[in-house]
Ligand binder design. Structure first.
Ligand code: CO
Length: 221
């Protein structure tokens, strides 16, 4: 026996399906072949690695459309070399889709960064936030100069993005593509929730020049 329980959120789900229909109609009005073309395949120019935060949707804030950006999002846009999910996305984006740009995008006011800077025990999430605590430890000397919590947190958001870009540069996936075709270009951007602006942190990389020698791989065989 199944009994219908009252779901207060059911109307939200219905609204989403309705909005989808409206969106489809809108796309078709602009280009009758819109979905036909997208169904044939994708060739996004960029890979976006961003925070899962609902306020930082890659396509919306960059004014891009379906097919433009390959997207990977997780809590606090963490890039670590043993994350099978991120690495699979990276390898596919670089080796198959041959993206020209990879953008690591964090944002001020990031809940993941905030939580990592506390001593709160959050269970499973502790394990994910450990990577951010490691960024803190790596930059402890610089961070010691920050006397107020707000600016420390903002700097940590930036450092986590910078370490993310550096983390990508240390992968053989990215280094091999650089050796082979001189791209993708790596970018570190920060999004400001308060004004909607994306700012470039100036850590753009397209070769191994800015990473320590020990992380460089040889591909001449
Ligand atoms: Co966040």
């Amino acid at each position: 026996m199944t009994e219908k329980t009252h779901d207060p959120h059911a109307d939200i789900a219905e609204v989403l399906l309705e909005r989808n229909k409206a969106w489809v109609a809108e796309q078709l009005a602009g280009d009758p072949d819109y979905f036909k073309k997208l169904a044939e395949g994708q060739s996004p120019h960029s890979l976006w690695i961003g925070c899962a935060d609902s306020r930082v949707p890659a396509n919306v804030i960059t004014g891009t459309r379906s097919g433009d950006i390959f997207v990977h999002r997780n809590i606090a846009n963490v890039v670590v070399h043993d994350d099978l999910n991120m690495l699979s996305v990276l390898q596919f984006a670089v080796e198959v889709l041959k993206v020209q740009h990879i953008i690591v995008c964090g944002h001020y006011g990031c809940g993941g960064i905030k939580a990592a800077l506390t001593h709160q025990n959050l269970g499973l999430i502790n394990k994910w936030l450990r990577y951010i605590k490691d960024v803190y430890r790596l930059h402890e000397r610089e961070l010691a100069a920050y006397t107020d919590g707000d600016s420390l947190e903002r700097r940590m958001v930036e450092l986590n993005i910078i370490e993310g870009v550096r983390g990508l540069a240390k992968t053989s996936i990215v280094q091999h593509a650089w050796a082979e075709r001189g791209s993708p270009v790596l970018h570190g951007w920060v999004y400001d929730l308060s004004d909607g602006i994306l700012r470039d942190l100036g850590v753009t990389m397209s070769d191994t020049g800015r990473i320590e020698d020990i992380y460089k791989y040889n591909f001449d065989e």
